[in-house]
Ligand binder design. Structure first.
Ligand SMILES: O=C(O)CCC(=O)C(=O)O
Ligand SMILES: [Fe+2]
Length: 536
């Protein structure tokens, strides 16, 4: 007979076999079963002991070395030492495996500005280097002596501060404040701000700060506070009488403010600093500088930066003008972002990856395609957009001339640029393909994205995560740094996702289409166009 103990909270139920006479046929049967399997525990024990031993004795030395290697790095180390960022040397590029895509995407060296992961065009990286330089610089970089000589070593170095202590140069600049350089608002901007009807400085006022400190935003982490301050700033701007308040200066100030709330340490440092004559303006400038220093960014030239800033303003102004659309399916945006791997250096990545992905993804961005009806006419009237497409096209010409097999025979056609903003409330875009049969084959073959986020910081998330295969869980993250251009072949390959963004994240995407496919689609009815001008 089998009794089951009464289960209690402390003790799990157990089975007992009682020894009741006269002989009970049930109990006999159970005893037989137990006797017949009494050898089982010892077999299990010996299997556990022997299996690893057998396995080890059959593994190769290489396998053993891998297994024994302690703490194998799982991701690229974050570069803190500015000198380390000079990894863009010719050697670094040469050392890059050229034989084809790496097996693990996390081992791809995204620290180099170009990444070519395809065996089909081994020459491409050199050619693309020259183009990249041109793209970033328009006219080439000093020290670049014609084709073949522009390499990573010629590109401007990265700006990876890691410490908040202002550099002497910055401090002196402030001290003797003739305020040179583009980081400080120009007089005109300053006056506009001063005489604007937005009262007071846009640095959050004490009242705001206190309100936040004692606010009901529970668990007010500095992040939550920062988000609230950004909101307050945004509202103040929204309701301000500064018409068309996305002017460059205003936008810039808001971004500065939104990107950082000076922490107490910073504030105190500023208060007691040797920056003489610390007018609130000077303090504000320093705060902005610190904000910038905390920001992972490239050392763009003033011209490049101005161009990227202008583009960002344009993107935001279109959004403010109510042009942007949302597209479903949307989903909860506050999903935890995955791995955070900051890529501190500029990257133009050409990734050629394989797999196919089906289904639709959560998508919270706001976007608009330029269609010629935007303020002032076509994109020709937005010089920075025109300049961007011109450069993308030149880059593409180089890509094509490098004989990328996936694009051979394709009549590549440039689409209208798409301006996108991911609101900084955790907006994201789930894993998807930009073009696949599943989406009605929208004809896209190549994606180029320029990121426009001058104050992007690691904690803002919002990285683009590219997957090498459907089974690839980790992927490779590219943070949306100001001025970074990313390109990848997108037809039936290269699934990617945008991780939740915690600051407004701007980008312009230019898709290139298979012209024949486009003609085919356009010659049909309205329905045939579905998916062609569709975000992502
Ligand atoms: O902005 C990005 O990084 C990518 C956006 C995207 O994947 C898309 O719009 O299809
Ligand atoms: Fe996409």
């Amino acid at each position: 007979m089998i009794h089951q103990n009464k289960p209690s909270l402390d003790q799990p139920p157990t089975l007992q076999i009682s020894n009741i006479s006269p002989p009970n046929p049930d109990a006999d049967a159970c005893t037989d079963v137990i006797n017949s399997i009494s050898w089982l525990p010892s077999v299990v024990y010996w299997t556990l002991v022997l299996y690893p031993w057998l396995q080890r004795s059959s593994e190769t030395r290489a396998q053993a070395a891998l297994r024994l290697q302690p703490n194998r790095p799982k991701r690229l180390p974050r570069l803190r030492d500015p000198k380390a960022s000079r990894l863009w040397t010719a050697e670094a590029v040469k050392a890059k495996p050229r034989g084809g895509p790496s097996k693990k995407s996390t081992s791809l060296d995204l620290r180099s500005p170009i990444l070519v992961a395809s065996s089909s065009h081994p020459q491409m990286s050199n050619q693309a280097w020259d183009l990249v330089v041109e793209l970033l610089d328009g006219s080439g970089t000093p020290g670049c002596q014609g084709p073949g000589t522009c390499g990573p070593a010629h590109l401007p170095g990265a700006y990876d501060i890691g410490s908040r202590v202002p550099r002497d140069a910055d401090r002196n600049r402030l001290k003797h404040s003739t305020v040179k350089g583009s980081r400080v608002p120009r007089d005109a901007d300053r006056n506009r701000l001063k005489h604007s009807t937005v009262k007071g400085s846009r640095v959050p006022r004490d009242a705001d700060r206190n309100r936040l400190k004692h606010s009901t935003v529970k668990g007010s982490s500095s992040h939550a506070v920062e988000c609230r301050v950004t909101q307050i700033d945004r509202n103040r701007l929204k309701h301000s009488t500064v018409k068309g308040s996305f002017s460059h200066a205003v936008e810039r100030r808001v971004t500065q403010i939104g990107s950082r709330v000076p922490r107490d340490a910073d504030r105190n440092r500023l208060k007691h600093s040797t920056v003489k004559g610390s007018s609130s303006h000077a303090v504000e400038c320093r705060v902005a500088q610190i904000g910038r220093q905390l920001t992972a960014r490239f050392e763009l030239s003033d011209a490049q930066e101005a161009e990227a800033d202008e583009l960002r303003c344009f993107v935001l102004s279109q959004r403010a003008a109510g042009k942007n659309a949302h597209e479903g399916p949307t989903g909860a945006s506050a999903e935890a972002s995955g791995r955070k791997a900051e890529l501190p250096l500029p990257a133009i990545c050409f990734l050629f990856m394989d797999p196919v992905l089906k289904g639709s993804a959560t998508k919270n961005d706001e976007y608009t395609f330029l269609d010629g009806s935007e303020a002032g006419g076509s994109s020709a009237s937005s010089p920075p957009v025109k300049e961007l497409t011109r450069r993308c096209n030149r880059l593409l010409a180089g890509v094509l001339s490098a004989g990328v097999k996936e694009l051979q025979g394709v009549q590549v056609t440039q689409g209208q640029p798409m301006l996108a903003v991911y609101p900084g409330d955790g907006a994201r875009y789930g894993r998807h393909l930009d073009a696949s049969a599943d989406r009605g084959d929208n004809g896209r073959v190549l994606t180029m994205i320029l990121y426009l986020n001058p104050f992007w910081r690691e904690e803002h998330g919002g990285s683009l995560r590219l997957f090498e295969s459907l089974g690839d869980k980790a992927g490779t993250e590219v943070s949306p740094l100001h001025g970074r251009l990313l390109g990848f072949l997108c037809k039936d390959r290269c699934p990617h996702e945008v991780l939740p963004a915690w600051a407004d994240r701007g980008a312009v995407t230019v898709w290139y289409y298979d012209g024949d496919r486009l003609t085919e689609r356009c010659s049909g009815g309205e329905d045939n166009l579905k998916g062609i001008f569709e975000g992502g």
